[in-house]
Write a protein that binds this ligand. Structure first.
Ligand SMILES: Nc1ncnc2c1ncn2[C@@H]1O[C@H](COP(=O)(O)OP(=O)(O)O)[C@@H](O)[C@H]1O
Ligand SMILES: [Mg+2]
Length: 257
């Protein structure tokens, strides 16, 4: 049984249809990368999974259990098992690294202070930044902030990690480091990862499977080798880095999404 299943999911914002019929399964322990043009619904998919946005129709299952109809309170246990790294790794600027990393633990888990301290140190060590524990986010580079964001996610010992554009805006060295960390995290914690990216070199490096969203549907999914062999020009152009000819995307690129 798949750990996560989207079945005939529909989602629109007013007249703007984001998902007409979304079908996707993710196995436990798998690293799945979601690719697709700007504004195609990649972030929306992650938000639907954790209940930050609600489906208009269809079913989302987590561990075999339907989650799409849960209320805020019922979503709590789901969100404790899934950690999301938002686009931009929003750390709290007025809090130290220590307080940032322990934030989720203090908010959502009943843990002794000693356990919290240990988890903060362990998570920061796993991302290679134990020395930053008493620093403020403003003391850190963009790449380091992303890694602290990952430490904060790891601290809750999630079964699933959602990464939304984890390497966007990073220089090549920091990008490599984040890719390596995603792989290492998967190995160390046996975590299921869903990574949204439009960086194909990252996607090829970290994915067990890649799925492409386009205008409301998954138009291709498969292993890296399978995706590279897809002949659909919409997929081929995207993975080979050619500018999308699609009007919507061209407009978004020109005027911002
Ligand atoms: N809360 C919202 N309210 C209205 N429209 C939204 C909302 N969130 C996303 N959208 C729209 O849904 C579409 C998909 O957005 P998103 O998933 O963020 O795209 P991306 O693939 O770039 O992550 C876009 O057209 C976006 O403007
Ligand atoms: Mg997005």
């Amino acid at each position: 049984m798949a750990l996560i299943e989207f079945e005939h999911v529909k989602k629109a914002f007013g007249p703007k249809v984001v998902y007409e019929d979304l079908n996707l399964s993710i196995e436990a322990g798998e690293a799945l990368t979601i690719i697709g043009g700007s504004g195609m619904g990649k972030s929306v998919m992650l938000k639907l999974l954790i209940g930050l946005l609600r489906v208009d129709g269809g079913v989302i299952r987590f561990g075999g259990e339907e989650v799409q109809g849960k209320n805020e309170r019922e979503y709590g246990p789901v969100r404790r098992r899934i950690a999301m790294l938002f686009q931009g790794a929003a750390l709290f600027d007025s809090m130290s690294v220590r307080d940032n990393v322990s934030y989720g633990l203090r908010e959502h888990f009943q843990l002794a202070q000693k356990e919290i301290d240990e988890r903060v140190i362990k998570s920061l060590t796993d991302v290679g930044l134990p020395e930053t524990i008493d620093m403020m986010p403003s003391d850190l580079s963009q790449g380091m902030r992303k890694r602290v964001g990952l430490a904060r996610a790891l601290a809750i010992r999630p079964e699933v990690l959602l990464y939304d554009e984890p390497t966007t805006g990073l220089d090549p060295v920091s990008t490599e480091r984040i890719n390596a960390l995603i792989l290492e995290t998967k190995r160390l914690y046996n975590v299921t990862s869903i990574v949204v990216t439009h960086d194909m070199s990252s996607a090829f490096q970290i994915s067990d499977r890649i799925a492409m969203v386009h205008k409301g549907f998954i138009i291709a999914s498969g292993t890296v080798e399978e995706i590279k062999r897809v002949t659909d020009p919409r997929v081929k152009d995207f993975i080979e880095g050619r500018a999308p000819e699609d009007d919507d995307v061209a407009t978004l690129l020109r005027y911002g999404g």
